[in-house]
Design a protein around this ligand. Sequence first.
Ligand SMILES: [Zn+2]
Length: 354
Amino acid sequence: MPELPEVETVARDLRPRIVGATIVGARCTWARTLRSHDPVTFGEIVSGHRIEDVGRRAKQLVITLSDGLALTIHLKMTGQLFVVSAGAPEDPYVRLVLELADGREMRFRDIRKFGKVGLYERDAVTGELVAEAGGAAVFAGVGPEPLDEAFTVRDFRRRIRARKGRLKPLLLDQSFMAGVGNIYADEALWSARLHPLRTARTLHPGDERRLFDAIRSILGEAVERRGSSVDDYTAPDGDGSMREHLQVYQRTGEPCPRCGRPIRRIIVGARSTHFCSWCQRLSAADRKGAAAVLLTMKGGTIRRGRGWTEIGGDGALGLTAEEASRAAAACRAERTRRAAATRRAAARASIGAG
Ligand SMILES: [Zn+2]
């Protein structure tokens, strides 16, 4: 899914193309693309409004219209935006079209249909986007923008010290900080030499500083390089080149650029997580809890392949062989216990049914 740098790139590409254009109509072929309006009402509301700005908040585009209206576009997995002349061929994956007065169209193409377009008002007092006057702000629960000049290491420290979680899920949490997803979380943690399963509260001030700097520099570089072209992401002016500059993301088994040992992959919160178990050590205090996190997940066994260890494993966690086998035994026992409980529940249900 596009993260901050990819969405920022789309916003920058769109801005010179559509700012100043006036919307004269809208066509929507997949109603669920629209968050809260039906296609007809949506078309009636946006028609006649001029596009005044294209920006970004977190992982969404924000298109400011005249008279205090705004559109948000969440590209999700496969969303793409194109500005073309009205006569250009249209494929069946185009879900929404904004017709412009100058004979062009902005088309939202989205193969998997997870993308969402919202239509909001800008609150005259707070400047926040709201669904209705006086209502809750659309981005109320979203954390600060990491590339914002006003966001300092002091703010970052204050926020991270209020959290108990482990670093990878924390970086993905949009209420903690906006815009970071799976790619840049892995890259920032590798750059800061911090294990993805390290708990936030074990960080020293130096660790916090390194992580803050790593996040900002990785995101900044990715914006410069127009983002990482993974999956279906593409910007109106074409693909970015950040992918070739990623150090660990989707490089399982390749040598760590810092120490040469193989990059590992583990699953944390259902997300692939790439890191170097040598450069990103886990403290003894964090190891036991980390093993439990990995082993209680679905399919929580230790699997090894050529150059990789998935879900747990001594190398991935820095466990000794004995600790790893104890953790695996605990995992087997837990699964046996759960299976027995399921059988008992099924037996009770069949007695109840009889
Ligand atoms: Zn390394």
